[in-house]
Design a protein around this ligand. Structure first.
Ligand SMILES: NC(=O)C1=CN([C@@H]2O[C@H](COP(=O)(O)OP(=O)(O)OC[C@H]3O[C@@H](n4cnc5c(N)ncnc54)[C@H](O)[C@@H]3O)[C@@H](O)[C@H]2O)[C@@H](O)CC1
Ligand SMILES: Nc1ncnc2c1ncn2[C@@H]1O[C@H](COP(=O)(O)OP(=O)(O)O)[C@@H](O)[C@H]1O
Ligand SMILES: [K+]
Length: 462
């Protein structure tokens, strides 16, 4: 059982292909199932302190994992019962079922136990749960002290992240992803139904274009550093200066060496922020590493002109956020040479790109490919994508749902992007990671100013 940072995420079809490749290379479904079932048994035993476990088994290989886990737990003297929705149908599950010598109850009248181990369906789900199965899981999960899901809470669609009613009402305490994570482990509503997620590694080779974000490697200042080598951020201020100031504080506290606000009243905020009048020539300064436009910019003609000038000048890396996303033609970005990061929330993303096919992960990647940019699609799970890669961030928390936290994120990303030689995708990733870390440091009921301030300890600990 291992932590999920940096781990690949595979769709159900990719998982089947990876499993087929492992089998072609000499493994077998039975061997993989043995490893999965034993891993589930070991993780369960560690968590439940001797309490009785009811394992519910379905007809496919998820059920097969359950029979292996039941046999392993019983072999260790752990109290365990098994209930099934019907007979096993795959060869490996039939063999696993044959290894279990205890009784098998019918799912619909099984008596509950303190621990429910859910092995009914995993990635092979082909249709929503029948009402009597959902009802049985609702009854057994409510009566249990703890629910553990094998691979996914049964009834979850691995790719779209739709979740069944029983699991939305009674999330698992622990979900053990088998072989690799699936999109549903990261995307809501399914992610909330999974509880804590851990991986049981089955030794299968997996593509890594889509992964859970890992802890970033952040540059540290050295003896030769000065303010420009740490990265200079320019922020275009507009109608609501407070938003641009929040972004400026965030940029400074997350590692930028120099932050200047262009335009606005020239006042307010910490003295470390430099105020300058808005002049296109000033923004051509070669020492600027990245320019942020959008927080509090307004949506009038002046704002539109400022955005257009920056996009056309193509002299610097850009972060485009907030109001600027409402003024943007994403297709115009394709002509640019310097990297661009867009930071839309779901509504802004929809207004910019409509609803491309597929899961949120596919949509973010499709949009990034269309505009030739890096997309940071913000939400309870934040997705960072370029045309080829997707990183998902699960570490934020719901206290971030307060005004101004998006401005803080934009400034944090701009600071990472401004660092000389920063890889743009890694910079966007690092920004989201630092922002989430700051949210945990800021505690509960924080305001965006507290979050920006918490970036100092977040950056210090990274
Ligand atoms: N991918 C891998 O490398 C491994 C996968 N394993 C397990 O295998 C699982 C996938 O196994 P399967 O492909 O057999 O699929 P599942 O065991 O998830 O379920 C498929 C079975 O359920 C039936 N079914 C699907 N939706 C249903 C519904 N709504 N109501 C009633 N019946 C329904 C199908 O007809 C089929 O018989 C994984 O989730 C994992 O638990 C492990 O055993 C070993 C390694
Ligand atoms: N329920 C939530 N759980 C986790 N993160 C959230 C949640 N709601 C919002 N966030 C995060 O808070 C930030 C909000 O940004 P945004 O929507 O632009 O707000 P604003 O424009 O008010 O600053 C994003 O980083 C988003 O991922
Ligand atoms: K399951």
């Amino acid at each position: 059982m291992i932590a999920i940072d940096g781990q690949p995420i595979l769709t159900a079809a990719q998982m089947r292909a990876a499993e087929d490749a492992a089998i072609a290379a000499g493994s077998s479904v039975t061997a993989l199932m043995q490893r999965a079932g034993e891993g589930i048994a070991a993780a369960t035993r560690r968590l439940v302190a001797g309490a009785e476990v009811l394992i519910v088994c379905g007809p496919g290989n998820n059920g097969g994992d359950g029979y292996v886990a039941a046999t392993a737990l019983a072999g260790l003297g752990h109290p365990v019962r098994v209930a099934a929705s019907g007979p096993p149908k795959t060869d490996a599950a039939i063999a696993a079922r044959a290894g279990w010598t205890g009784p098998i109850e019918a799912l619909t009248d099984a008596t509950p136990a303190p621990i429910l181990l859910d092995c009914l369906f995993g990635t092979g789900l082909t249709r929503p749960l029948a009402p009597e199965i959902d009802a049985a899981l609702a009854r057994l999960s409510h009566a249990a002290r703890l629910v553990i899901a094998a691979d996914l809470p049964s009834g979850t669609n691995a790719d779209t992240a739709e979740a069944p009613d029983w699991a939305k009402a009674r999330p698992a305490a622990l979900t053990l992803a088998l072989g690799a994570l699936k999109p549903a482990h990261g995307l809501h509503p399914a992610a909330a139904a999974c509880g804590t997620i851990r991986l049981i590694d089955l030794g299968i080779d997996r593509p890594d274009a889509v992964t859970v974000a890992a802890r970033p490697a952040l540059p540290q200042p050295g003896p030769a550093s000065h303010k420009y080598t740490r990265g200079m951020v320019a922020i275009v201020a507009g109608a609501m200066e407070g938003a641009a100031r929040l972004a400026a504080v965030a940029a400074l506290r997350s590692g930028a060496g120099y932050v200047a606000l262009y335009g606005g009243s020239g006042q307010g905020g910490p003295d470390a922020i430099v105020h300058r009048p808005y002049e296109p020539e000033a923004l051509a300064d070669e020492r600027i590493g990245a320019i942020l436009i959008g927080p509090g910019l307004g949506r009038d003609d002046e704002a539109r002109a400022h955005l257009q000038a920056l996009i056309e000048a193509d002299t610097h890396r850009l972060v485009i956020d907030g109001d600027a996303l409402h003024l943007l033609d994403p297709d115009a970005l394709r002509r640019r040479h310097n990297p661009v990061v867009l930071t839309p929330h779901a509504g802004e993303f929809h207004a910019l790109f409509g609803t491309p096919d597929g899961s949120l992960l596919d949509r973010a990647r499709t949009a990034a490919a269309r505009a030739g940019v890096i997309v940071v699609l913000k939400g309870p799970t934040t997705i960072v994508a370029d045309a080829a890669r997707v990183r998902i961030h699960l570490a934020g928390n719901p206290w971030l749902s307060t005004a101004g936290t998006g401005d803080v994120l934009a400034g944090t990303i701009a600071a990472q992007l401004a660092h000389p030689h920063a890889d743009p995708m890694a910079a966007a990733d690092a920004g989201v990671w630092l922002h989430a870390r700051a949210a945990w440091i800021a505690g509960k009921s924080f305001i965006a100013d507290d979050l920006a301030n918490a970036l100092t300890p977040a950056r210090a600990g990274a």
